[in-house]
Design a protein around this ligand. Structure first.
Ligand code: ZN
Length: 488
């Protein structure tokens, strides 16, 4: 399925964001050469032969982006709840669509069509210049196998395992959202996860990597988390979980343990360099927590714990991390996630920067370079790698080439600021991962884009059509989630 890999490719004449002496640097009118899966030369010139020469004059050449938190699908549920949704889930988006219908029933989004919805997600990530993604999702071990196959087909680097949790949320017949705890089920899921990792880790030329996934801190016992951490340590893998994305998680831990979630994680040995916390919004010091008695950020920094920051979806629900600059100042490894939709990591960098400035009331923070670093080097560090997120000799040939000479970009004074504040994914022309073109001259190489779009629509329509019979309320979707305009 993968596109053929040219033996040696030379990218000539572009503005290259290349890595040297511990940081990204700008190399104008540079040459980058890759051979097989690796970068073999970066400099002002290269006289050697090449099978393929790409003229990059007027282009920006950057590392493939790393999204450390991506739900890879159509986001049928998320599409329904912008501006609307239940008030009692305290602005959490996913609690509108992930809880089961009854204690054992699936959620209504389970009507999605697996192959269509997953392929749509991968194709969209590639279109956005993302070459590595930490994937959340899956469900049963059966669906996980399909996911692994589709990840291989995509040509991307993917970190994934089917998730484990001690509890699920579900809606009762009268519409209350409650929890069902089942610890043995959580441990069985963790067993299945370890078996999956055993079978699939390092497959697809090493592009597919296992990761220990606890779905949600709020729905996991300490015992389950400890076991997950033990597996991650023993197998030298990362562990990831949704962490303090919702305000109630913070207060529930304070109520139950008298300390913050970060305090509890530290006490139980659950922080560390191999831990990647998704979101980590409601920590001590966030104004909504009214808790000033611990220095959670200092603990995350000291333990080298990583955070995946995905500001866009949070801003859509009216909340934000406070603030990105404070996390950096405490030495927290900050990476960028694209979470649900539209996997537009350029937009994530931009709205993250704007939110940071607004929250700090300070235009000098939320710098473009901080967000670019998070979307490249930070993501690599969060995944424990030094061979991605950077263009350097010996690093993987994960490369994005963008048109940077057009009406939208205009004159370029600082390419990084232009990228973060002016660019958009439609300017991306080439996406290369592991030395293979996933997008070439604007065309997806491993997919028929029209088929992908039609598949995405088909999956979404099925969720909409089956909504009344799958949603606890039994109502049509547009009654539960009203649209902006009435019909003609
Ligand atoms: Zn998530």
């Amino acid at each position: 399925m993968s596109s053929p890999r040219p033996n040696r490719t030379k990218i000539v004449g572009g503005t290259i964001v290349a890595y040297r002496d511990g940081a990204h640097r700008i190399l104008d009118d540079g040459v980058l050469v890759f051979e097989g899966s690796k970068i073999v030369h970066i400099g002002h010139s290269y006289d050697g032969p090449a099978d393929l020469v790409l003229n990059a004059r007027g282009k920006l050449v950057i590392p493939g982006f790393v999204s450390t938190h991506a739900h890879i699908n159509v986001h049928e549920g998320t599409r329904l709840i912008t501006d609307v949704g239940r008030r009692d889930v305290m602005r959490s988006g996913f609690l509108n669509y992930t809880p089961n219908n009854g204690p054992d029933g699936p959620p209504y989004v389970a009507a999605a069509i697996p192959q269509d919805t997953i392929r749509f997600g991968f194709a969209q990530l590639i279109r956005n210049g993302i070459t590595t993604a930490m994937a959340f999702g899956g469900g049963t071990p059966g669906a996980a196998k399909t996911f692994a196959e589709l990840a291989g087909e995509s040509g991307m680097r993917v970190y994934y395992a089917p998730q484990a949790n001690s509890a699920v949320n579900y809606f009762t017949d009268d519409g209350r959202m409650v929890e069902k705890w089942d610890e043995p089920k959580g441990h069985a899921e963790l067993d299945a996860q370890e078996k999956f990792i055993e079978e699939h880790h390092n497959s697809h030329d090493g592009r597919f990597q296992g990761i220990v996934v606890i779905r949600n801190y709020a729905l996991a016992t300490i015992e389950l988390m400890r076991r997950g951490k033990e597996i991650a340590d023993r197998r030298k893998l990362r562990l990831t979980t949704h962490f303090c994305e919702q305000l109630f998680e913070f207060h529930r831990t304070v109520r139950d343990y008298g300390i913050t979630p970060v305090d509890l994680m530290e006490r139980e040995g659950l922080l560390g360099e191999n831990v990647l916390l998704a979101h980590a919004i409601y920590l001590a010091g966030h104004s909504y927590t009214t808790w000033e008695y611990s220095n959670d950020l200092e603990k995350l920094g000291r333990t080298k714990t990583a955070v995946s920051h995905a500001p866009l979806v949070m801003l859509r629900r009216g909340h934000a991390l406070e603030g990105f600059h404070r996390y950096l100042a405490h030495g927290v490894t900050m990476s960028m996630g694209t979470d649900v939709m539209p996997h537009d990591i350029i937009m994530e960098m931009r709205v993250g920067a704007l939110a940071c400035k607004l929250i700090a009331r300070d235009h000098e923070v939320g710098r473009s370079i901080d967000f670019f670093n998070a979307a490249t080097l930070g993501g690599a560090k969060a995944l424990g790698r030094t061979d991605i997120g950077r263009l350097e000799v010996g690093a993987k040939a994960d490369i994005v080439v963008m048109d940077f000479d057009n009406l939208q970009i205009g004159p370029v004074y600082d390419p990084i600021r232009s990228l973060v504040h002016l660019a958009s994914p439609d300017l991306i022309e080439q996406v290369i991962c592991d030395g293979r073109f996933l997008l070439k001259d604007g065309v997806l190489q491993n997919y028929d884009e029209r088929d992908i779009v039609e598949g995405g629509k088909r999956s979404f329509q099925r969720v909409v059509d089956e909504f009344p019979k799958r949603h606890w309320s039994g109502k049509p979707v547009d009654v539960e989630y009203p649209v902006s305009l009435g019909r003609w």
